[in-house]
Write a protein that binds this ligand. Structure first.
Ligand SMILES: [Zn+2]
Length: 487
């Protein structure tokens, strides 16, 4: 989810100028006829039926429950991920969709033992250590089975680490204490707070290793405050040695930061993950064929893989289940969309995005026929509207859809730089992207932790997401007007 590239801003500005001139021209024209709606009266009536059916359905809930409780965590390369591919494909087939499995080669990283303790610190009682709760970051290399013991150095951010220099960092375990901005999240900008903090999850190991550190730890990303460490993918730069990397529960990061100014703090760290050879997996791609423009595609999607600490209920069984629900409802109401509705359960969002990349590559020649792409991957909290990654004209075009969604409290329309990680490559190729604008106030308490479990899903809110996406998907599949393309 990068910022809008500068050239986009230029294009948007140019467009806005064009709109202004058109608007000014209209002022001198007497009673201009209103622009025709992109949605017929029949489509609008069908949208309301879909919305009501979604709010009354427990299909998405049952699918979320099966994926999280019966199958369980679905990290790429795992037996559960393989089972989930088979399960979702069979369920979509049972709905009457045309299902294809599209091959994706995925990484296979497995978590090992992960323990840590402070073995030296000021005020230590004889013969004791302080347990530190942490988890390996995805992709981390191992410490070796015996672990490593080293003095710690604490830096609040990358700048502070640089100012410490090699002399104070070499041979040490670095802890970055940069914190997730809870105040920003409380203002409704949880995604932005996450993106800021996650820079450390990605770049901390190489930044520390360049100065000779033996391991890199970060303060857990997210707002969890029940001593729950948050995992997620890290990355290693080409120009730095690969050192073990972990996330320390925020409470324990605070504890270390408190002790460090009082005297030397040494940690014994054991992380034994393994990077196994890549394996074959699949994007599950299921079509409900369009009645008049079957070659044109509207994607509705979630990602099938999950982190391994919890059962991946909110991230992202709920997204997959809601996408499946869209197929279920359109079939059940015997609606015949003009364009093809394509339900996708993406492979390997969490630690590689290989499913998204493989799809974009395999379907590059058909991108002109990809009308729109929707992904739900921001939790299953109550949706207040729709996020759009597209041209300003979408706002006007989708007003009738927003009016329908308003009755379930989801009538807001807003622009974002990227609507979903898996649809990102499609957006880069011009396809407008959409996602539910969900209430994210609790999402980052649980996301990527052991507490991402089924109980965090509120059935009513899940069905509200299903209603929002069923309405949006069907509206886009039946729009009488084309959508403006990105950039
Ligand atoms: Zn996700």
């Amino acid at each position: 989810m990068d910022k809008i590239p500068a050239r986009c801003v230029v294009v948007i500005t140019a467009l806005m100028t064009a709109f202004t001139s058109i608007a000014e021209a209209h002022e001198t024209t007497p009673s201009p006829s209103p622009a025709p709606s992109a949605f017929s009266a029949q489509t609008l009536a069908d949208l309301k039926r879909l919305q009501q059916a979604a709010l009354a359905s427990d299909y998405a809930w049952r699918q979320t429950a099966y994926l999280s409780n019966n199958i369980g965590p679905r990290l790429s390369g795992s037996a559960q991920e393989k089972r989930a591919v088979e399960y979702v494909a069979a369920e979509l087939k049972a709905l009457g969709l045309e299902v294809k499995l599209e091959k994706v080669i995925v990484p296979h990283w497995v978590r090992g033992e992960e323990t840590a303790a402070l073995v030296q610190f000021h005020g230590q009682a004889p013969e004791t250590t302080q347990k530190i709760v942490l988890t390996a970051l995805g992709g981390s290399v191992a410490t070796g089975p015996e672990g490593l013991t080293a003095e710690m150095v604490v830096a609040k951010d990358f700048e502070e680490l640089q100012s410490l220099g090699r002399e104070k960092v070499a041979g040490r375990i670095v802890l970055f204490t940069n914190a997730y901005d809870k105040a920003m999240a409380a203002q409704g900008r949880a995604g932005d707070a996450y993106r800021q903090a996650v820079a450390y999850r990605g770049d901390a190991p190489s930044a520390a290793a360049r100065l000779g550190a033996v391991a890199a730890l970060i303060r857990s990303v997210g707002s969890a405050d029940y001593r729950l460490p948050h995992t997620g993918q890290t990355k290693y730069a080409e120009d730095a040695p690969k050192i073990p990397a972990g996330a320390v529960a925020s409470e324990d990061a605070d504890l270390i930061a408190h002790l460090a100014p009082q005297g030397p703090v040494r940690m014994r760290l054991v992380l034994t993950p393994q990077q196994l050879p890549d394996v074959e997996s699949f994007n599950v791609v299921a079509d409900l064929k369009g009645s008049t423009d079957p070659e044109q595609v509207v994607i509705v999607s979630g990602h099938l893989d999950s982190w391994d600490l919890g059962t991946g209920a909110i991230d992202d069984a709920s997204g997959v289940a809601v996408a499946m629900e869209v197929g279920n409802l359109v079939k059940r109401l015997k609606l015949a969309p003009k364009r093809t509705i394509r339900v996708i359960a993406w492979a390997n969002e969490e630690n590689g995005l290989r499913g998204a990349k493989a799809y974009a590559e395999a379907h590059a020649a058909e991108m002109g026929n990809h009308f729109a792409a929707i992904e739900m991957d921001g939790g299953a909290g109550h949706p207040v509207g729709i996020n759009m990654n597209g041209k300003p004209a979408l706002q006007e075009l989708l007003k009738p859809v927003a009016a329908v969604l308003q009755s379930s409290g989801a009538g807001a329309l807003d622009f974002v730089d990227g609507a979903g990680a898996d649809i990102g490559p499609l957006e880069k190729m011009g396809v407008p992207g959409f996602s539910p604008m969900s209430d994210g106030r609790t999402y980052f308490h649980y996301h990527h932790t052991a507490a991402d479990t089924l109980d965090k899903i509120v059935p009513k809110e899940l069905s509200e997401n299903a209603a929002a996406l069923a309405v949006l998907t069907y509206a886009l599949a039946n729009s009488e007007q084309p959508l403006p393309r990105l950039p």
